[in-house]
Design a protein around this ligand. Structure first.
Ligand code: NAD
Length: 260
């Protein structure tokens, strides 16, 4: 089982990352929690996890836009918990606007957080996994790593990019017992998409719930959002020994979005 393994999940103070942290902690993994939360709240979250699951925890609010910050974060996490066996690159942000008006700072932030941060964490963590001849790297991409939508130029570029990164690292690590995969979710009910729902609600004078339904069904045949825990359960499956042959894959979990 996964008991005693150390899992680091970026962006685990909210949404999919937080749910994944719970799923892995239930299995007895020690957990590195991370996200933009102030240090006191982060330390409370880490203590709650430690008490609830009888595991060791570590918290960091390292800003993933900064490579040095990421290196320091990984070093501190390894010093605290001993190693990293499971790496989930999950942190991400969104900004929607057409390409000509897309703010340069938003482009830079999205590429840094949604794509480059995974390069920086992977570069630090692969040698630790190689030493143990076992590791699991799971990148939370998106259907927007496989297909595009209007007004998401930076997000789609970053998500397509992380799938390329996934494939290369999978090939390089295949002989070392390390699998590297990308999960490509459709709509998942988290704070990341609330702005998009608000915009539809305002533009079309709809209730939040009706706007949500419209947003989902505009792209996804399954007419409801996934819940964050379902992504966490998929991560758990990929961490198991039965999944040792699944590597270098971009795996949709998208209610038939990309089947069209
Ligand atoms: P969320 O907004 O609930 O959580 C995002 C997390 O990333 C938070 O913990 C936040 O603190 C962290 N983060 C953001 N900017 C950061 C920064 N600069 N430095 C460090 N941490 C930072 O979002 P979510 O929906 O749970 O998204 C998680 C991942 O899933 C993202 O990569 C997202 O692109 C992907 N995804 C989401 C959906 C969806 O519909 N919600 C669909 C497909 C893919």
């Amino acid at each position: 089982g996964l008991k005693g393994k150390v899992a680091l999940i970026t962006g685990s103070t909210s949404g999919i990352g937080l749910a994944t942290a719970h799923v892995l902690a239930e299995q007895g993994c020690h957990i590195v929690l991370h996200g933009l939360m102030d240090q006191d709240d982060g330390l409370s979250l880490a203590s709650e996890f430690a008490a609830q699951y009888q595991i060791n925890t570590f918290f960091s609010n390292a800003d993933l836009r900064d490579a040095n910050c990421i290196h320091e974060f990984i070093n501190n996490a390894v010093n605290a918990l001993g190693s990293i066996d499971i790496l989930v690159n999950n942190a991400g942000i969104q900004h929607t606007q057409d390409v000509t008006n897309f703010p340069i700072e938003k482009w830079n932030d999205i590429i840094a957080i949604n794509l480059s941060s995974a390069f920086h964490t992977i570069q630090k963590v692969v040698p630790l996994m190689a030493k143990k001849k076992w590791g699991r790297i799971i990148n939370i991409a998106s259907v927007h790593g496989l297909v595009a939508s209007a007004n998401k130029v930076a997000y789609c570029a970053a998500k397509h990019g992380i799938i390329g990164l996934t494939k290369v690292v999978a090939i390089e690590c295949a002989e070392q017992g390390i699998t590297v995969n990308a999960i490509c979710p459709g709509w998942v009910d988290t704070p990341l998409i609330s702005k998009q729902i608000d915009t539809i609600a305002t533009d079309k004078s709809l209730s939040y719930e009706d706007a949500k339904y419209q947003l989902v069904t505009s792209k996804q045949p399954l007419p409801e959002m996934l819940i964050p825990r379902e992504i966490g359960e998929f991560v758990l499956f990929l961490c198991g020994n039965a999944a040792r042959g699944i590597t270098g894959s971009a795996l949709p979990m998208d209610g038939a979005w990309t089947a069209q």
